[in-house]
Design a protein around this ligand. Structure first.
Ligand code: PRX
Length: 572
């Protein structure tokens, strides 16, 4: 069979020859790009901001920020001053110390980034939260991490159960006329009175950087801790994969509550001193194309669901905007359909470069590079210096074209360093002390391209967001009508998957459209809108193992009209 390929892009790329670079690459050489290679002491905020503020890039724009109300820009020098102020503010109004967990729970705004990098300058571990999270989701994360402080807005504050979080000593509020008390501190009021000079807390390479909570198929969300050293891979992939150069204007559409929004929203581009665009507010095709035109975006990193929505908005719309500045387009988070890649070539005259990685990998891991032919539907090839393989359930490497576990050889620079408070869980990711097992199934073709096949577990990817079925099931069970709940991902042409719940009702409750809506609202209010089941189907009883575990694979088979497979463990 002939494989569809889209030829490499001609031009001068940072990664000029994949094979040659891959055959002889040493991560230790990348360390020399950073000042800490001389001092031994590291700080992400210094490498992303201050270093440039002290160089020829002093007056270069670091951040363009835009939403419906604000349109602002900050040079690297201004970012240095604002983040110093934020660091002084956090220090003066709390007892936060190096290594403490500082959470961010607010919509995108310049203040979010001042606070984030101010906290990093203090040596705090930053925990970003998605703005759509509701009380239950917030509580689990702040409680597990023993967070000491948070920055939020008056609108979101009611979702933080302060009385149940004894460790949470300080709340920085970004709003107007904030009423301060022993716990609440007015962030904006103090920001401009704080000094713009700050002595950075110098850290070790292995000290904590960010704590991202993410979902698995069992248990509550777990805290994935990354170390400062992750910057080595984030920097190098900004070069090779994002192909960033001095004149670029870069836009990553991801929310800072997810790993893409930290690692590639700000860390990777700023490590290379690149001008970065942040757009606040909700997705809209017009606003997105307009942003590319307004800022002259050259490198654009987004996600399959967004591309599919843009596709759905029609090609005529594309012609209303000047998108001629775009030179490199990338995607992450879910499988990128070949159809979308073809659409990209047709309407933007650009290849959309798929990239694969996860919260746990800390940086891009398998990618398509501009200097390499694309095979639409393939995630591409491993980042040079990282060994990726397909292994069986015992950890033996499989030959090309055989489907198995997508695994990465332990020890890549941005590998997660801990699951917060849960060393056993951390260890469970690794096989034979050699392979990190991703939970994805895939195969590699004879030319070394990797092809995603699905999740091995029941994790749901909806609109690129990772949702653990257990978390949704637990919330459903809190609803007075729900006796049993099983949650699966149902394939959807735009969102990848949507969440479908099967529910058995308690005595005295009858299925109805009203009850469906009530249960949906309950999950929306308790967890997050994106975690609420789009579909609910009532059943008298759900398929369970004899030990009482809901058999999601049977639910999925029912849903998709597939054979149910081995039912020997199912209760009678
Ligand atoms: O199943 C894979 C899918 O997203 C999972 C990781 O989710 P998360 O930790 O939220 O990180 C998302 C962005 C870094 C993976 O296990 N995934 C991510 N990228 C791709 C993908 N599936 C297919 N193709 C991709 N390019």
């Amino acid at each position: 069979m002939k494989v569809e390929t889209i030829a490499a892009v001609q031009g001068d790329h940072n990664l000029h020859n994949y094979e040659e670079v891959s055959s002889d690459f040493n991560w230790a050489d990348v360390e020399k790009e950073f000042s800490w290679s001389k001092t031994g002491k590291i700080n992400m905020a210094y490498e992303t901001i201050d270093r440039h503020a002290e160089s020829d890039r002093k007056n270069k724009v670091a951040l363009y920020y835009q939403d419906q109300k604000r349109h602002e820009s900050y040079t690297f020098y201004e970012m240095k001053r604002m983040t110093n102020r934020a660091a002084n503010l956090l220090k003066a109004h709390s007892d936060l110390e190096k290594g403490d967990r500082f959470f961010i729970f607010m919509p995108r705004s310049p203040e979010l980034y001042f606070a984030m990098f101010g906290a990093l300058k203090m040596g705090l571990i930053v925990g970003p939260l998605f703005e759509a999270f509701m009380e239950g989701a917030i509580y689990d994360r702040l409680d597990d991490s023993e967070a000491k402080a948070i920055i939020t807005t008056p609108e979101l504050l009611p979702r933080i159960p302060l009385d149940r979080l004894p460790n949470l000593k300080t709340v920085f509020l970004v709003g107007e006329n904030v009423e301060e008390d022993g716990k609440i501190v007015d962030f904006k009021k103090h920001l401009h009175t704080c000094s713009d000079r700050f002595e950075i807390e110098w850290l070790d390479k292995e000290d904590g950087l960010v704590l991202h909570y993410t979902s698995g198929s069992t248990g509550k969300p777990k805290g994935v801790l990354h170390a400062q050293y992750a910057m080595v891979q984030q920097y190098q992939t900004a070069k090779w994969v994002l192909d960033l150069k001095e004149q670029d204007v870069y836009w990553c559409t991801a929310d800072p509550g997810w790993v893409t929004g930290t690692a590639y929203g700000v860390f990777a581009p700023w490590l290379t001193g690149t001008t970065t665009v942040i757009i606040g507010g909700r997705f809209s095709p017009d606003a997105w194309y307009k942003a590319i035109e307004d800022f002259g975006v050259t490198v654009w990193y987004s996600a399959p669901t967004a591309f599919r929505m843009l596709m759905g908005a029609g090609d005529a719309l594309v012609k209303e905007y000047d998108l001629s500045t775009l030179r490199h387009v990338l995607s992450v988070g879910e499988p990128l359909n070949p159809e979308v890649v073809r659409w990209g070539v047709q309407v933007f005259n650009k290849r959309i470069h798929d990239t694969w990685w996860m919260t746990e990998t800390g940086a891009q891991t398998i990618c398509n590079y501009p200097s390499m032919d694309i095979r639409p539907g393939s995630m591409g090839k491993p980042v040079p210096g990282i060994k990726v393989a397909i292994v069986d359930d015992r950890g033996n490497e499989l030959p090309p074209n055989q489907m198995g576990n997508l695994a990465i050889e332990k020890g890549w620079p941005s590998m997660m360093r801990q699951i917060w408070n849960n060393p056993a869980k951390y260890e469970s990711y690794f096989m034979n002390d050699k392979w990190y097992v991703s939970g994805d199934s895939a195969y590699m073709d004879e030319d070394g391209y990797f092809w995603f096949q699905g999740r091995v577990d029941d994790v749901i990817m909806t609109s690129g967001e990772r949702v653990g079925p257990f978390e949704v099931e637990s919330k459903l069970l809190e609803h007075p009508a729900v006796a049993e709940a099983g949650v699966i991902g149902k394939p959807d042409p735009v969102r990848g998957e949507v969440i479908k719940a099967f529910v058995a009702l308690n005595e005295g409750f009858e299925p109805s459209e009203e009850l469906i809506q009530d249960i949906q609202q309950f999950v929306k209010k308790g967890l997050a809108a994106h975690a609420a089941p789009k579909e609910i189907e009532f059943k008298d009883k759900l398929p369970k193992t004899r030990s009482g575990k809901i058999m999601r694979r049977v639910l999925k088979a029912w849903e998709l009209d597939l054979p149910t497979g081995d039912l020997s463990t199912m209760e009678d």
